[in-house]
Design a protein around this ligand. Structure first.
Ligand code: ADP
Length: 229
């Protein structure tokens, strides 16, 4: 049985991904779509959400299975009896990096990589671009499956919805993303004016302060906020 893997972040799955998955499912006995678990990378959707969306949009293909992995792809392949990786190539710019990965995977574990050229309809399409356009209110319908489109709209609306502490502090709309803990920290450094009225330098110091553990912040609030911008 020829089992192959389509690895990626799929944050979220696009019609470009789906095109490659569908074509691969017609060529191989089983296609495992493997979502990379990357704890260091900020993602819009959790791994569970990405897996769920992939399951929904690939439900019509009987031989497509959705899974997740972390660590080395070659280890995932060895543990799942997978002999080849399928990658979509959008442009020459993809090729250089993909070729290095393919050669490294072959050297490490004799795992082959098969490249599929993108459907020209989707050659410009990447998840990060979809998120960016949607975030600024652009129309991404036709670029992602409908269920993804709906989830994308909901998630971005949640992101922009200001929470109560942010409103109290007069933070800009995007700062509505501040967690309650971050908002509390901001209050603790007792800025006399709202965030929006701070100078760019002071805003940068505030953001830095928020990235630090609370203990350090409490001991020296002035260093983060009270000094002249
Ligand atoms: P991205 O965030 O760039 O969409 P992913 O890591 O989710 O990247 O993509 C996984 C793999 O899917 C990529 O390595 C690439 O092979 C393939 N892929 C992504 N977008 C497309 C596309 N528009 N056309 C063809 N293949 C694609």
């Amino acid at each position: 049985m020829q089992r192959v893997v389509c690895p990626g972040s799929f944050d979220p799955v696009t019609n470009g991904h789906l095109d490659i998955i569908a074509r691969a499912s017609g060529l191989y006995d089983e296609v495992v779509v493997a979502v990379l678990i990357n704890v260091t990378k900020h993602s819009l959707f959790t791994v569970d959400e990405r897996v769920e969306m992939l399951r929904e949009v690939t439900a019509r293909y009987g031989n497509v299975k959705i899974d997740r992995f972390h660590g080395l792809l070659v280890d995932f392949c060895a543990n799942n009896g997978i002999s080849a990786v399928i990658k979509g190539l959008r442009a020459v710019s993809d090729f250089e990096y993909e070729m290095q990965m393919a050669q490294m995977n072959y050297r490490m574990a004799k795992v082959e990589t098969m490249f599929m050229t993108t459907n020209p309809l989707y050659s410009f399409l990447r998840s990060s671009l979809v998120k960016e356009i949607a975030r600024y209110g652009g129309d991404v319908s036709g670029l992602v499956p409908d269920i993804v489109l709906a989830r994308l709209r909901d998630r971005l609306a949640e992101e922009l919805r200001p929470g109560p502490p942010a409103v109290k502090l007069g933070l800009p709309r995007t700062a509505g993303r501040l967690s309650a803990r971050s908002a509390k920290l901001l209050t603790r450094v007792h800025c006399h004016a709202p965030y929006t009225h701070q100078s760019p330098a002071r805003r940068a110091r505030l953001r830095l302060a928020l990235a630090r553990p609370p203990g350090r912040l409490r001991t020296d609030p002035a260093a983060h906020c009270a000094s002249p911008g």
